[in-house]
Design a protein. Structure first.
Length: 274
């Protein structure tokens, strides 16, 4: 059945759905525009060098994105953040599902896991510098030390909540090892895992800035710190805007992938096949 032959009620429902979505997104963009407009007007009224206007800051953003800062600071930061996030995702899923599935192992390691995740990651930066030196490896290691925990915890809790009857039936049907993981364990825990991954993604970007400020000679965090120390106020605000845009872009792309991969959970077509 094509879109042109859909029943009138279904077409009307789709139309209303698109209108609601458009209204919701329009309201959010209007809210953002109001905040930016207030920034612009407040900066004009105060006329302070420490508080540049939004238009001035955006102008500097354009200059940075077309200059050496793009390849020298922004791109390295993106690579570090995504690398740390990907390592955290793989490691967190494997460790979390293993500890949740093998119950005795999870109980044995729970105290150790809770102890490690309670250590603030910025405190590990001096230790990471001592072992890895200054640079990308240290930054990525610090990101992993912070971002891996929400993935582990969510995967662990999701695996623990799986009905044992489902696993017993899967074993009776001959599923063992990787087949059991792929067709039962992973699909059953994927929604919770994605919730942990989204948190890990935001943590990756936040910890990235701290690590670059304290132990890197390139990156967006280093650029912001350097701009502050040299009293380049518009550049400081521009760096913060770029960082915020990166966070928004990461989250938007992640949500699109999540909707596509978890479409099966909502009964939609094009979902994950198991």
């Amino acid at each position: 059945m094509t879109a042109g032959t859909l029943p009138r009620g279904r077409r009307r429902g789709r139309s209303h759905g698109w209108r609601r979505s458009l209204a919701r997104h329009g309201a959010s963009w209007l809210g953002l525009a109001a905040v930016l407009g207030a920034w612009q007007l407040t900066a004009i009224a105060l006329d302070k060098t420490v508080f540049p206007t939004f238009s001035r800051s955006i102008s500097v953003v354009g200059q940075l994105l077309t200059g050496s800062v793009l390849t020298g600071d922004i791109v390295p930061s993106v690579i570090r953040a995504l690398t740390g996030f990907c390592i955290s995702a793989v490691l967190g899923v494997l460790v979390g599902l293993t500890l949740g599935y093998v119950r005795w192992l999870g109980e044995y390691c729970s105290a150790f896991i809770n102890f490690l995740r309670s250590v603030p990651s910025p405190l590990l930066i001096p230790l990471a510098i001592a072992f890895l030196g200054l640079g990308a490896k240290m930054v990525i290691a610090v990101i992993v030390s912070a971002a891996v925990w929400p993935v582990i915890i969510n995967a662990f809790d999701a695996a623990r909540r799986i009905e044992p009857l489902y696993l017993d039936v899967a074993r009776i049907c001959g599923l063992r090892g990787f087949a059991l993981f792929r067709r039962v364990l992973l699909p059953a825990t994927l929604p919770d895992i994605f919730a942990g991954l989204r948190i890990a993604l935001s943590i990756s970007l936040a910890v990235l800035v701290v690590a670059e400020i304290l132990g890197a000679s390139t990156g967006i965090g280093y650029f912001i710190q350097n701009a502050e120390q040299t009293f380049a106020v518009p550049q400081t605000y521009a760096g913060v805007i770029i960082l915020a845009c990166l966070g928004w872009l990461f989250d938007t792309v992640f949500l699109v992938l999540e909707r596509r991969l978890l479409a099966w959970e909502r009964g939609l077509s094009g979902g994950l096949r198991v």
